[in-house]
Design a protein around this ligand. Structure first.
Ligand SMILES: *[C@@H]1O[C@H](CO)[C@@H](O)[C@H](O)[C@H]1NC(C)=O
Ligand SMILES: *[C@@H]1O[C@H](CO)[C@@H](O)[C@H](O)[C@H]1NC(C)=O
Ligand SMILES: *[C@@H]1O[C@H](CO)[C@@H](O)[C@H](O)[C@H]1NC(C)=O
Ligand SMILES: *[C@@H]1O[C@H](CO)[C@@H](O)[C@H](O)[C@H]1NC(C)=O
Ligand SMILES: *[C@@H]1O[C@H](CO)[C@@H](O)[C@H](O)[C@H]1NC(C)=O
Ligand SMILES: *[C@@H]1O[C@H](CO)[C@@H](O)[C@H](O)[C@H]1NC(C)=O
Ligand SMILES: *[C@@H]1O[C@H](CO)[C@@H](O)[C@H](O)[C@H]1NC(C)=O
Length: 436
């Protein structure tokens, strides 16, 4: 019996190992039990089943960690194979294809340009990128790559991007559940203008934003604010309205992950403990987009967390006191510039200064100096707030202010426009910046 087991184990391993290479071409096929391993053995490509699922999917996972496999990308995510008859092949037209024992195609790279089977090959790179390459005299070229089709894992050197001109974007997309890799409701990506921000959407509704990038970190991600660029993020914001983001990390087993509940989780493998160390990137209840409604700010350590900003009161005191903040706050006194009886504007409008803020959504950038920034706001009656910051310059907001948060340690000052009479009520001189 022991002998029999030993033989079975050996043959199992020899099957697994018969594809130790990272390249795969027309003449070969990968069966359900076989896998491709990247050159430095970081990633593996082959068939797996997610937890609590019997479906067979072709995917990429961290080679070292197999129970359960930490999957970073799935080919046939919509179309599992229900037995172990699946194979991964290069089809006659040169595409990389997943098919079952009946020859039914469950997934393909669907590269449209006509290629022949013997002119392409697939390779699993050390970065975790699976590429389909075309052989040509002028050097091999990439016809398709998994990094251009991101799913729930954001690996070092991968790029997410948005081009506001073409509308084309590369976003992460969650799995439906931990047992079902088909597309879920959450996506995550970058917003280009005027300042790059990260955002998460549920269907098409924004549920989180990072606040603008100030050149070093996102101001709504205080944990990144250590003076050093923890993950070595780089953000490429060319002024044509396109933005792309990538990061590097020297730890090969580090990555970010958009889970099926819409959280971005930071994961790295602890070799000593043999387990994933995880952290949710924005764990505070105030990180829910627009939680307190308009003209209100959220402080996670307060109970209740929502507070109207100075000069504003709840739109409905009854709803507000019940803890329903959705309709936010309204101005107590109209701005001087809005008043019909504006009569030489003796009092004028001024600003109240809020400190350590995550600034509201939808800023506009003004190319003026720090001194001229408040004046630029006062000149336009629809301007409701401004800030001036290192790496950001002059930012103005108009209309409703949404998704503000006050931090203990990080954040930037935000100047909210109020009628002069509101400022005098708090005994601050007119036209002066005041502090709360
Ligand atoms: C990895 O790739 C390098 C460069 O192509 C090659 O020299 C090396 O032999 C490869 N190692 C393995 C294990 O395939
Ligand atoms: C798998 O199923 C078991 C039993 O139903 C359940 O307790 C567990 O939470 C499930 N795991 C996942 C990841 O869904
Ligand atoms: C597997 O799926 C095929 C269709 O793709 C179906 O005909 C077959 O009955 C299924 N087998 C099992 C065991 O569910
Ligand atoms: C590719 O296949 C075609 C037809 O099967 C053959 O004529 C050609 O020589 C092959 N090319 C290579 C590089 O093997
Ligand atoms: C909160 O108030 C809004 C607007 O009045 C209402 O539509 C919503 O149902 C309320 N939510 C709760 C949980 O009461
Ligand atoms: C305008 O100001 C003058 C003098 O300050 C005052 O007498 C007059 O009532 C004001 N008009 C309005 C419409 O407020
Ligand atoms: C005032 O601001 C609004 C909103 O930003 C803008 O549409 C409008 O053109 C501005 N008006 C002037 C006179 O600058």
């Amino acid at each position: 019996m022991a002998r029999f087991l030993l033989i079975v184990t050996l043959s199992f391993f020899s099957l697994r190992l018969c594809f130790a290479g990272d390249v795969f071409s027309f003449s070969s096929e990968l069966k359900d039990s076989e896998t491709l391993v990247s050159n430095r053995s970081t990633f593996r490509f082959g068939f797996f089943s997610p937890v609590n699922s019997t479906g067979r999917y072709a995917g990429i996972w961290f080679n070292k960690i197999s129970t359960p496999p930490a999957v970073v990308w799935v080919a046939n995510r919509d179309s599992p194979i229900n037995d172990s008859s699946g194979v991964i092949v290069i089809s006659k037209d040169g595409n990389l294809v997943i098919q079952d024992g009946h020859g039914r195609v469950h997934w393909s790279t669907y590269v449209s340009q006509p290629v022949a089977a013997n002119t392409t090959y697939a390779r699993l790179l050390n970065t975790g990128n699976l590429v389909l390459q075309g052989i040509s005299n002028s050097g091999d070229k990439i016809l398709w790559e998994s990094f251009q089709n991101p799913q729930n894992a954001f690996l070092p050197t991968m790029i997410v991007s948005t081009d506001s001109k073409t509308g084309r974007s590369l976003k992460l997309g969650s799995w439906k559940t931990r047992s079902d890799p088909s597309p879920g409701r959450y996506s995550a990506g970058v917003i280009p203008l005027p300042f790059p921000e990260l955002a998460i959407w549920k269907d098409d509704l924004m549920v989180w934003r990072s606040g603008p990038w100030n050149g070093q970190y996102f101001i709504g991600l205080p944990e990144m604010n250590f003076g050093v660029n923890l993950y070595e993020f780089t953000l490429d914001n060319n002024n044509q309205g396109s933005v792309s983001m990538s990061y590097t990390n020297h730890d090969a087993l580090f990555h970010f992950f958009l889970d099926s509940e819409g959280y971005v989780v930071e994961k790295h493998w602890n070799e000593g403990k043999q387990e994933w160390m995880t952290g949710i990137l924005f764990p505070s209840n105030c990180d829910i987009y627009g939680k307190c409604g308009q003209f209100a700010s959220c402080q996670s350590r307060l109970d209740p967390p929502c507070k109207c900003i100075r000069g504003f009161e709840p739109r409905s005191h009854a709803e507000w006191s019940r803890g329903n903040w959705t309709r936010g706050c309204v101005r107590k006194k109209p701005l001087q510039c809005e008043r019909r009886d504006n009569n030489g504007s003796r009092e004028g409008d001024g600003f109240v200064r809020l400190i350590k803020m995550k600034v509201p959504n939808n800023p506009q950038r003004y190319k003026v100096s720090e001194q001229d920034c408040p004046e630029s706001c006062l000149k336009n009656c629809s301007c409701t707030a401004y800030t001036y910051g290192q790496g950001m310059g002059c930012l103005l907001w108009s209309g409703n202010l949404i998704d503000m948060q006050q931090y203990l340690g990080s954040g930037v000052p935000l100047y909210i426009r109020l009628a002069g009479s509101e400022l005098s009520k708090y005994q601050y001189p007119h036209f002066h910046k005041t502090t709360v």
